[in-house]
Design a protein around this ligand. Structure first.
Ligand SMILES: *Cc1c(COP(=O)(O)O)cnc(C)c1O
Length: 404
């Protein structure tokens, strides 16, 4: 069988919903999570089956929701490199530091994973158009994958969103709107448009079940690339939290299949000091977050004042004995520079935030010297020219380059 998907389950009220029709959120308003027939899969296959397959996230198709191989819409996403960072690791006292580098993925950010699986499944279920509010990267990814699938895409983003993402959406031929407001305002406008139009699915963060399934494949890849071993810690830049919830779900599925042994890695959510609702909730031991009043950070992927799945993020942290840490824009920008100059990895500011956080955690004793620590870089640094700058002497053609 190509997919072992069975149904959808609400993690708040435990209601079950069929998975063979288009679904949004649960009747209680909470995200729905895809369920698989894991006992049957364990009986019929093993993790060794993955080894011979193509290096994309579709190698894990039994644990993904698309039921027919011909419905897969792909730009070659997944199986991104897991890079050792020995120099930087030595410097910050974590010599076994690794970087899962999503900077090489189609569309320039790991939003491609969610879009590939989300668009494939939507098209398989007969959806003809998708609509979403976005801060930038998600809109770019979904618009490009929608173009590949032949679906219409309606995207609304704040006027302040990065020009590069706006241009990607426009290049994809999507119906694009700029809104003189924040992402919440975009959401209300999209919602109203979807209610008036037929055949269009709203695919905002965690408002449909399958983006999460695409993003969870980062969890599968990390342990497969480590020779089916769990790292001690995974550090993740958290906005809407789809990635961290997804990695937790993926690793839990592997343990339930009997294909991996626990304990799970400690999951660390990193946020920007200018928008840190999950960190604030974690520090007070809360199970949900409160809306962050005035979000501001250069790491725009982290600018989510209140995540729909906040209770799932906090649950993943508590269950794995992880934590949540905030770093300032100055710290994450310094880490971006340091990572590029010590290791040659030019990461996005969100990815750089994980490095800044690992340094802080190591100093506080939250990470041990001999632990295997995986930092997630969620996008390409070159997508963020506003965070990079260069000063250099200007030479005349008849000038001279000085001696070293
Ligand atoms: C969206 C985004 C994030 C946050 O992702 P979540 O999984 O929703 O928390 C982090 N980094 C980048 C580059 C993003 O675009």
């Amino acid at each position: 069988m190509f997919s072992y998907l069975t149904n959808l389950r609400c993690r708040r009220c435990d209601a079950r919903h069929p998975a063979d029709v288009v679904q949004g959120v649960c009747t209680c308003g909470s995200p729905l999570l895809a369920q698989y027939d894991l006992s049957r899969l364990a009986a019929e296959s093993s993790r060794a089956a993955f080894a011979e397959r193509e290096p994309s996230l579709w190698r894990y198709h039994e644990l993904l929701p698309v039921s027919q191989p011909e419905h897969v819409v792909s730009l070659g996403e997944g199986m991104t490199p897991l890079l050792a960072l020995p120099r930087l690791g030595e410097r910050i006292g974590v010599p076994r530091l690794l970087l899962k580098d999503e900077g090489t993925i189609p569309t320039g950010s790991f939003k491609a994973r969610g879009a590939a699986v989300g668009v494939s499944r939507a098209a398989e279920l007969g959806v003809r158009g998708i609509a979403m509010p976005t801060n930038g990267n998600a809109g770019a990814a979904w618009a490009l994958y929608a173009a590949r699938a032949g679906l219409h895409a309606l995207i609304a983003m704040p006027e302040q969103a990065p020009v590069i993402c706006r241009s990607e959406v426009a290049a994809a031929g999507a119906e694009l709107y700029l809104v003189s407001g924040h992402i919440g305002d975009c959401g209300r406008l999209v919602n109203a448009a979807v209610a008036r139009r037929g055949g269009v699915q709203e695919v905002s963060t965690l408002k449909e079940p399958y983006r999460l399934e695409g993003k969870k494949t980062m969890g599968f890849e990390i342990v497969e690339q480590l020779g089916w071993r769990m790292p001690a810690v995974i550090v993740y830049p958290t906005g809407g939290g789809v990635g961290i919830i997804g990695i937790h779900k993926a690793l839990s599925e592997l343990v339930e299949l009997g294909w991996m042994k626990g304990p799970l890695p400690r999951l660390v959510a990193v946020q920007a000091a200018g928008c840190a609702p999950i960190v604030r909730a974690f520090e007070s031991g809360a199970r949900e977050s409160s809306p962050w009043p005035d979000p501001h950070t250069v790491a725009f992927g982290l600018s989510v004042p209140k995540a729909l799945g906040d209770f799932l993020i906090l649950d993943a942290i508590y269950r794995t004995d992880g934590c949540a840490v905030a770093v300032s824009d100055a710290e994450l920008l310094a880490a971006q520079q340091e990572l590029a100059s010590t290791e040659g990895a030019l990461v996005c500011p969100e990815g750089a935030a994980t490095i800044a956080a690992i340094r802080v955690l190591r100093e506080r004793g939250g990470i041990g010297e001999d632990e295997v620590v995986v930092a997630l870089n969620t996008g390409a640094g070159i997508k963020y020219p506003q965070t990079l700058s260069a000063t250099a002497p200007l030479l005349r053609p008849d000038g001279e380059i000085p001696a070293p």
